[in-house]
Design a protein. Structure first.
Length: 112
């Protein structure tokens, strides 16, 4: 892995919401989802934990205006803002880094 590639991947996973978002998408069986469903699942996970730093609306804004565009820019997702459809584009480098990190907590009933 080239230095710049590693730096880009580390920047992507530096944000806990992007890590959780990628983990949610990795376990999405349909291959695509809509942002509203992602927000619901991620917000539900936060309600079950002690980590409630964003309400549902703040999380939706963060995902749609910050995290998803950044992941799309790096080719990890395809994100259509108009339809709200998100498609995960598996990235071995990002997944290898995520797999090497301690788990934030379970995602959607799965232990990550």
């Amino acid at each position: 892995m080239r230095g710049q590639d590693l730096d880009d991947c580390l920047q992507l996973v530096a944000d806990r919401y992007r890590r959780r978002l990628i983990q949610q998408l990795r376990h999405e069986t349909a291959g695509k989802t809509v942002i509203g469903d992602l927000v619901d699942r991620m917000h539900g996970d936060e309600l079950q934990s002690d980590d409630r730093s964003m309400d549902r609306e703040q999380l939706a804004i963060h995902l749609s205006h910050i995290s998803l565009p950044k992941l799309a820019e790096q080719g990890v997702v395809e994100y259509d803002r108009e339809s709200g459809i998100v498609r995960y584009q598996p990235n071995n480098r990002v997944e290898a880094i995520l797999d090497s990190l301690p788990a934030d907590r379970p995602v959607a009933g799965k232990h990550v």
